[in-house]
Design a protein around this ligand. Structure first.
Ligand code: PLP
Length: 407
């Protein structure tokens, strides 16, 4: 959770209105430095998975800290380059690429991380003699929700480990130089043992006879944060030590100290973000108390999409008697909620609620569904506003839509 006090957050809502996404830049720096310190291996590099939050000021903070980028679309690459990342600092984790997309990304001089034999074959045909990173499926099913488990045969991601020989044949045919091996087991992985198993499975194929030209191995993201009040923080220091030991053992057999990459998204930015909303309508439906707010799943879809838990604090009445609430949004859909049957200090209309730990996969997954604008965003460091993007008012939103359509 961000270190901002309730009174400071309340003052921000007076100045900038609600709904409002507030990010604590110092916490992003802290998490980045903390993560770097976990790995006792000098050739470790962090590639921020910018899908978690593409806010350009956050990207700039991470450049200053020394991060690299994991991008998943051509526009992500263009934005990363625009804010200052160099092409060699970006890895492109492709996903169902068309040939047009291959050409588009190749022009930008970015290393491809390819996760299917079809894309590899097409890439090799179009650009023989290129360097490439291969994404393997680690054959472990793990993640905070079914929808974000990327390992195992039921998902679309990665080349199956059993297809190793076919992969080598394609690369040989097209003279592709395999310089990286990648795996990503899932997002928000609850048990480090599951994440570790994905790493072990992938390391099993890292041998000079399979990949003689390797420079790095990338173990993806998946580092979880404690969303629940009673959830302990995972012991990533011990975990990182264990990974490094295993990795060094592999490097010894391989005969070279390879670089070790990770691609965290959530861990770096989730806790920095708070979505501040206003209670607009309190409604008693029989015995169910409903607190309606001026935001909805178009601003934070995680509770609806993944049944995710986000702490909610009534900033206006923190010591009020706790009551059970469904906290719901203003989108015209039954499923639109932020919390169900949640104990929160008594909420009254006009109270300000803080929805915590919303810096990852919050704004980035947002939309203007129901033609409700995206919220205002601000990034703050040591009390200074580094970035302020106001929400579009309804007339401005409509103006944009009309002008986009040349109406
Ligand atoms: C390939 C890849 N790398 C990294 C990440 C970041 O995951 P997380 O935010 O859980 O660290 C994802 C997220 O799904 C991913 O698909």
């Amino acid at each position: 959770m961000s270190s901002f006090s309730s009174s400071f957050l309340l003052s921000l809502t007076q100045q900038y209105g609600t709904p409002l996404y507030v990010y604590d830049a110092s916490l992003i720096r802290e998490r980045y430095r903390e993560m770097c310190s976990w790995f006792p291996y000098p050739k470790t590099k962090i590639f921020y998975a910018m899908k978690a939050n593409y806010n350009p000021t956050i990207l700039k903070i991470l450049i200053e800290e020394g991060a690299n980028i994991d991008a998943v679309s051509p526009a992500e690459i263009l934005l990363a380059v625009k804010v200052g990342f160099k092409p060699h600092q970006i890895l492109y984790t492709a996903n169902m690429m068309s040939n047009e997309e291959i050409h588009e990304v190749k022009k930008l001089n970015i290393l491809f991380n390819i996760g299917s034999l079809s894309e590899l074959e097409r890439y090799g045909t179009l650009y023989p003699h290129s360097d490439v990173c291969l994404r393997f499926n680690p054959d472990v099913v793990a993640g905070h929700h079914e929808k974000v488990k990327t390992g195992g045969k039921d998902t679309k991601f990665g080349i199956l480990l059993e297809d190793l020989e076919k992969t080598k044949t394609i690369c040989k045919q097209h003279h592709l130089k395999i310089i990286g091996i990648h795996e990503h087991t899932g997002s928000g992985i609850p048990q480090t043992s599951e994440q570790f198993q994905g790493i072990v499975n992938t390391l099993s194929i890292i041998k000079p006879e399979n990949f003689p030209d390797l420079e790095f191995v990338d173990f993806g993201g998946g580092f979880q944060i404690p969303y629940h009040e009673d959830e302990p923080r995972a012991d990533y220091i011990t975990f990182a030590k264990k990974i490094v030991e295993k990795f060094q053992e592999c490097c010894r057999v391989y005969g070279k100290n390879l670089s070790l990459y990770f691609e965290p998204g959530r861990y770096l930015v989730a806790e920095s973000g708070t979505l501040l909303v206003k209670a607009t309508t309190i409604k008693l439906n029989g015995t169910k108390m409903i607190a309606g707010v001026n935001s909805g799943f178009n601003h934070l879809i995680r509770p609806v999409l993944y049944d995710s838990y986000h702490k909610i604090i009534n900033l206006s009445n923190p010591t009020g008697t706790p009551q059970l609430y469904d906290v719901v949004g203003n989108i015209c859909e039954t499923g639109d909620h932020f919390a169900k049957d949640r104990l929160i200090s008594k909420i009254e209309e006009e109270n300000i609620l803080a929805i915590c730990d919303t810096g990852a996969y919050g704004y980035a997954m947002g939309s203007i569904y129901n033609l409700r604008s995206m919220p205002t965003e601000i990034v703050i460091e040591h009390g200074k506003i580094l970035f302020h993007k106001p929400a579009l008012t309804p007339p401005k939103l409509i103006q944009k839509i009309i002008s986009d359509h040349n109406y």
